[in-house]
Design a protein around this ligand. Structure first.
Ligand SMILES: [Zn+2]
Length: 262
């Protein structure tokens, strides 16, 4: 077993304690500005921030670091790189053996180099599609047609059902159905339990530029509304739609509302 942290036992124990206490939800705030939290317990060295716009321990005990500074600050103050930071604070692992592995062959995945991607090629939150190579993903997808459709993506109808049951089993009481315009020529529809958080996450990860709530209701109502919209759209492979399909979305949405309220 290879320990990621090779420093003293004392430090290792401190870090083990940290990964139990922190998770992503309290590591990032003011997401549009992209600040990351460095728990004081991780710090080994002080940091001179004179020439930099960064609020940092021990100056005012506020350890929120601007994303672009993170690499440098982590290295100087914590003797950690972003991969170890991600392992400890995002994945809650303190041992390299526990790093994510290819779903098909089980070999360790490469580090993307970016916190936002983690060990995935596109998004650190994608735990469903982690493969080491195109060869492995092709093989696995071919062997599991019940999960992946003809096109190598997760079958949209099954995906919609999984998403619905996830939402219905979540701790939330109510939800929002929204559409968001993006910085490209498309918009996305979706549901969430907290519209502010969704907007801020969307702005960083999905290029949202504006968000508009179309319906508010109980978790059951909102979850089923989204499922029906997807169904009435013919289970599209993506929740991102071209603006020119706006009318198609609108009629599916209205049809779904009528069906739900009958
Ligand atoms: Zn593989």
């Amino acid at each position: 077993m290879n320990l990621i942290i090779k420093n003293s036992d004392k430090r290792f124990n401190q870090l083990s304690d940290i990964y139990r206490r922190y998770d992503f939800s309290n590591l990032v705030r003011e997401i549009p500005n992209n600040y990351y939290y460095i728990p004081p317990e991780l710090l080994l060295n002080e940091f001179n921030s004179r020439s930099l716009i960064v609020s940092f321990y021990p100056i005012n005990n506020d350890n929120w670091i601007y994303g672009r500074m993170l690499n440098r600050v982590l290295k100087i103050t914590c003797e950690l790189d972003t991969q170890l930071y991600f392992d400890i604070l995002f994945l809650n692992i303190n041992c390299s053996d526990k790093r994510p592995k290819c779903k098909n062959c089980g070999s360790p995945l490469n580090w993307s180099g970016f916190i936002k991607r983690g060990y995935s090629n596109h998004d650190y939150r994608d735990f469903e599609n982690l493969f080491c190579s195109a060869r492995c993903s092709t093989k696995y997808i071919h062997l599991h047609p019940e999960i992946y459709g003809l096109y190598g993506y997760v079958n949209p109808e099954i995906h919609a059902k999984t998403q619905l049951s996830k939402f219905l089993n979540s701790g939330t009481e109510s939800g929002y159905f929204y559409i968001a315009s993006t910085k490209f020529k498309e918009f996305k529809f979706g549901i969430c339990s907290d519209i502010d958080i969704r907007y801020r996450m969307g702005e960083v990860f999905l290029n949202y530029s504006k968000i508009k709530v179309l319906e508010i209701g109980s978790k059951d109502y909102i979850g089923n509304l989204e499922y029906l919209v997807k169904k009435n759209l013919g289970f599209p492979k993506t929740e991102f739609l071209d603006w020119k399909d706006n009318h198609k979305f609108r009629s599916s949405f209205i049809k779904s509302l009528i069906e739900l309220n009958q």
